[in-house]
Design a protein around this ligand. Structure first.
Ligand code: ZN
Ligand code: FE
Length: 256
């Protein structure tokens, strides 16, 4: 077992790419490289050599750097079995319930369809680190492009079941916009109101709001709270199922 060193690289307008290093065998991975260049710069700065690319889903802002990095470093690409044909250069397929061994570190893999059909997440238990791509965001969740609300709610449920002290390494800095929306759903959620103010203060100084603590997401992220009675009431569906409430919240966000 080995805990990860994690380096966060902001790319494009709002993407986060992560370099992860385990000390046991010196493996170095990059999670969702949008582009090769900022990853190469960070590797050079740290003196690390890339051995793996780890993808959560096929979108270009998560895989755009795959082939150039593979060419340069001869690294292996790990990605979703369910989306094998849409992940450029994929070598290793992983899916729901798999254990992915990264040097001496171990990740549990979850299928998290909804944003895309083949989306997956990686939970490094010992490092308390969840790489969830565009499924769960700080105070938000990904748009449901390819799946159903039911799938997305189930996917979020798998991630919500992880321990409160898990750090959520999502793939975008969308938190401030998410917070502005979240407070329209839960107008009385004191933890949310405080968090939204903290996020405004951080963003005013151009500071990062990611990663976030999963325990705090459970208390404040409306997309993880569709089965809370007060949330169902707040969106006018007091007798609605969690999937119906989730769908209503997601639809409102799409139109916000
Ligand atoms: Zn995406
Ligand atoms: Fe994305």
């Amino acid at each position: 077992m080995s805990t990860l060193e994690i380096e966060q690289i902001p790319t494009r307008s709002d993407n986060y790419v992560y370099l992860i290093k385990e000390s046991g065998q010196g493996k170095v991975g990059v999670v969702d490289p949008s582009d090769a260049e900022p990853v190469i710069e960070a590797l050079d700065r740290l003196g690390w050599t890339l051995t793996h690319i780890i993808n959560t889903h096929h979108h270009n802002d998560h895989t755009g750097g795959n082939l150039e990095l593979k060419e340069k470093y001869g690294c292996e690409i790990v990605g979703p079995l369910a989306d094998h044909d849409r992940i450029a250069g994929i070598d290793i397929d992983v899916g729901d319930g798999d254990t992915y061994t990264f040097g001496d570190a171990v990740a549990k893999v979850y299928d998290t369809p909804g944003h895309t059909r083949g989306h997956i997440g990686y939970w490094f238990e010992e490092s308390k680190a969840l790489f969830c791509g565009d499924t769960l965001f700080a105070l938000g969740c990904g748009r449901v492009f390819e799946g159903t609300f039911e799938q997305m709610w189930d996917s979020l449920g798998k991630l919500r079941a992880l321990p409160d002290d898990t750090m959520v390494y999502c793939a975008h800095e969308y938190t401030q916009a998410n917070a502005k929306f979240a407070v329209t759903i839960e107008t009385d959620n004191q933890a949310l109101i405080e968090r939204a103010a903290e996020i405004d203060a951080l963003r005013a100084e151009n500071k990062r709001t990611v990663p976030s603590l999963l325990g705090l997401e459970k208390e404040t992220n409306p997309f993880l709270r569709a089965d809370v009675a007060s949330v169902a009431e707040a969106v006018g569906l007091p007798n609605g199922s969690p999937v119906e409430v989730f769908g209503e919240i997601r639809t409102r966000k799409d139109n916000f």
